[in-house]
Write a protein that binds this ligand. Structure first.
Ligand code: NDP
Length: 328
């Protein structure tokens, strides 16, 4: 029997239980590419899966982890051969398909993206699903027509993973960025990433007016709920908000006033089923439009055994920036 180390979630008497285990390679799921995983990362969804706080996992036992970067070990897929460096994020990995917190993963070759030439597998996972999603948000705002000349952009949940990468990318592209955070102690960190202004979270958590004073040309929101509703009410005529998250809640307690009186657009962002051409474009953009020194400054590294604590921390909103997981 050939086994490898993996963080496995099992059903328990009440809820679920996550623990490091030796996983039998024979029990890997179908796929045409087997990858030696080098790095993964801790995303909010991983936190929900490992703590059992939300029903993210749809099959048991499940190896947790929604994204990885590594080296192809063997392949029956025409696009991939042994030795290729690859990235995977989403497609149900860590939810319905055995996931990334493991020394080995077997997946569909159609899910993989080639690691950009100048990027290491560690950098790819410092970016991870959170950073990839931040890039999708920025691309959506650009497609809407926003440029630095349009006006400032608000980034909510700014000290978190999506937020930190969004602040960095937008500032590198020349946008003026307002970082909205509940952690004013992180002001220097956020300014270091390129934020031109720090806005206290409380400015967007009060009662939602149909229309508030026009403040931002656009927004990147990973928080949802009252924060997103307030943000929409503060967007300038013709602007847009790219919404990708629910760190505060899934509801949206606002009105249609910003849409019908200011022509504001709400742009929905999903990373999981994002089509391959858009993924390839986003990773190419991340290679060029994200400052690697800023990426390094927002990243810390842990091992597989540190995952339960990191999972609890991210669900509690206590993680700053990004956490990479060194596998093996
Ligand atoms: P993080 O935990 O790293 O960041 C979330 C941030 O939101 C926190 O750091 C905090 O920022 C803020 N926050 C947390 N709780 C609250 C609250 N109750 N009210 C207001 N603000 C709060 O998570 P990620 O950045 O990795 O993910 C953010 C969200 O995006 C998650 O909901 C995640 O599921 C979603 N997501 C969606 C994807 C998609 O495909 N649509 C892909 C990736 C992520 P601060 O302290 O600065 O205020």
């Amino acid at each position: 029997m050939s086994t490898f180390k993996a963080m496995v979630i099992e059903k328990a008497d009440s809820g679920t239980k996550a623990a490091l285990a030796d996983f039998d390679e024979a029990n890997l799921m179908d796929g045409d590419v087997t990858v030696r995983v080098e790095y993964s990362t801790v995303n909010y969804k991983d936190g929900l899966a490992l703590t059992g706080k939300a029903p993210v996992v749809r099959r048991f036992p499940m190896i947790a982890g929604i994204d990885f970067a590594g080296t192809v070990e063997s392949s029956n897929h025409p696009d991939w051969k042994a030795g290729d460096k690859v990235i995977l994020n989403g497609w149900g990995t860590g939810e319905t398909h055995l996931g990334a917190f493991a020394e080995k993963s077997r997946v569909k070759g159609d899910w993989l993206v080639r690691l950009p030439a100048t990027m290491s597998t560690r950098e790819a996972m410092a970016i991870g699903t959170a950073g990839f999603t931040a890039m999708l948000c920025v691309m959506a705002l650009e497609k809407h027509g926003l440029t630095p000349a349009s006006g400032p952009i608000a980034v909510t949940g700014a000290a978190g993973g999506v937020g930190s990468v969004a602040v960095s990318i937008l500032s590198k592209l020349g946008f003026s960025v307002s970082a909205v955070t509940g952690r004013p102690a992180e002001a220097d960190y956020l300014k270091g990433l390129g934020a031109s202004e720090i806005v206290e979270r409380a400015a967007l958590t009060g009662p939602v007016k149909p229309l508030a004073k026009e403040r931002w040309a656009g927004g990147v929101d990973s928080v949802g709920s009252t924060t997103l509703a307030n943000l929409l009410s503060m967007i300038r005529y013709g602007g847009a908000v790219a919404a990708c998250g629910l760190a505060s809640g899934m509801d949206l307690p606002g009105s249609v006033a910003p849409f019908i009186l200011r022509g504001v657009c709400l742009l929905g962002i999903d990373s999981v089923m994002c089509p391959l051409p858009k993924r390839q474009e986003a990773w190419k953009r991340l290679e060029n439009d994200l400052d690697r020194q800023k990426l390094a400054a927002m990243t810390r590294e842990i091992g597989l055994s540190d995952l339960p604590q990191a999972a609890a921390d991210i669900v509690a909103g206590q993680i700053r920036g990004r956490v990479v997981v060194k596998i093996g």
